[in-house]
Design a protein around this ligand. Sequence first.
Ligand code: VG1
Ligand code: CO
Length: 538
Amino acid sequence: MHTVKTQPFFDQNPGTSGLRKKTKIFEKKNYAENFIQSIFDCAGPIRGKVLILGGDGRYLNKKIIQKVLKLAAGNGFSKVIVGKDGLLSTPAVSNLIRKHKAMGGIILSASHNPGGHDGDFGIKYNVENGGPAPDNLMRAIYDRSKKISRYFLAKEEDVSLVTLGIQIIAAMQVEIIDSVRDYADLMEELFDFTAIRHAIGRGFRFRFDAMHGVTGPYAHEIFERRLGFPSGTVVNGIPLADFGGKNPDPNLVYAKERYDMLDKGLDFAAASDGDGDRNLLIGKGIFVNPSDSLAILAANARLVKGYFSGIIGVARSMPTSTAVNYVADKHKFRVYETPTGWKFFSNLLDAGLVNLCGEESFGTSSSHIREKDGLWAILMWLNILAVTNKSVSDLVRLHWYTYGRNYYSRHDYEGVEEEVAERMINNLRMRLTDLRKTRIGNFLVKKADDFIYHDQIDNSVSVYQGIRILFQGARMIFRISGTGTEGATVRVYLEQYEADSAQHDKDTQTALSPLIRLSDEISGLKLSLKRSRPTVIT
Ligand code: VG1
Ligand code: CO
């Protein structure tokens, strides 16, 4: 064991989902070591404990895995369980933490951000319930990183990540496991694979795009080997260090080829992001908005084996559309509104108050783990499509017919100067009192505030979670992203409810255009950001 002297870095402030920076920053001497040691210093007594370790395969993944292993041995873990080749998806890590009653898990990923030497890298820490470290722990880790002066290291050879089984470094066991098996087994427990096989027999055609992220091996095993979809169903299935030079971000911009592919006779197409926690769903001629997906899953959960007993409650991040609230009104369950980021769902899930959670940012999952789960969401849809024998489009339209349609869109302004973004949000914040009860065009402001979340389980309070302006049947929300690595990203979320089914066939941007104009009028966004249009519209 060696104690290595180090100097703190002052920029290791984790955002919405772990520490995310340009890859080159993580290559600085001691940068990764400092942050990992800061996690170990804050995460609780380590001696004799188990740690789960894996990443999404991006550039630096294997190198940092070796560093974590030596630091883990230096800090007294009894065992680290690592996915073969250093690969584990975020949901798989969450599952393994729970299964092995581990102290926690380290996930090396910057999720949907681009990879490679010129891309991004990230480190996430998940705690013993399998969920992302809560805010107070992340703050403690950040504080620690600003004071750190040493880390503990076992000076050992690199571990082979290829051979399954146990190796020993210092006094610590390193077990290399099959990255896929436990996760695939869990999916098989939750879903009716036989029903899906019958749908395949009826000619149901599906395609999954792994975007060269971590889900390739999982998808090959689950969709092609266990379910029997023809080989070739999974595309871009080999994890690559730079994701093939593309953004592993499953939205309509970066996964557009999938959407176009639907013309080629597919019934359903889906994609997941770099670390496997997001999902994109596309049916013939229809993109399923993630907020709608949450509502549709809530309305149909009882049709699925693992969820026969129904929905206990649903949690959604505040910017996620209120579509699921209309389902809740009818089916009598409660909807909890939390700040952006999966970490806020854990307490509600642990307390048994909810068993379905969702975010507008292509994240959906249930109480089976404590992370969002891309393949889970896709299998949930496959299962519902199989037992109803309806098309994606029919299911969505029927849902709108029953509950009304929540037109919804997110407009992102990327690469804005941080100060400029902060100033715009602050100006808006100062105007909130004036905005209350004012009428602007056809819109009467019902409520205007800066979202504050009181966690009813641990009584923690999270402030500044987004400016929201609520109208009758419509909302707009403004916040700054906590996952970017270059400047600031301003997100504007727009939602308009439409009960009349004769009005359900509009193009989303057209339906939202009065609200879009109003959001600019109220915030002065385009002028202050000096932008004429958003960078990305989803
Ligand atoms: C974004 C999404 C948020 C999600 C987070 C992590 O955060 O909006 O809903 O939980 O990414 O997702 P932000 O702060 O940039 O808006 V992932 O797939 O990057 O773990
Ligand atoms: Co992700």
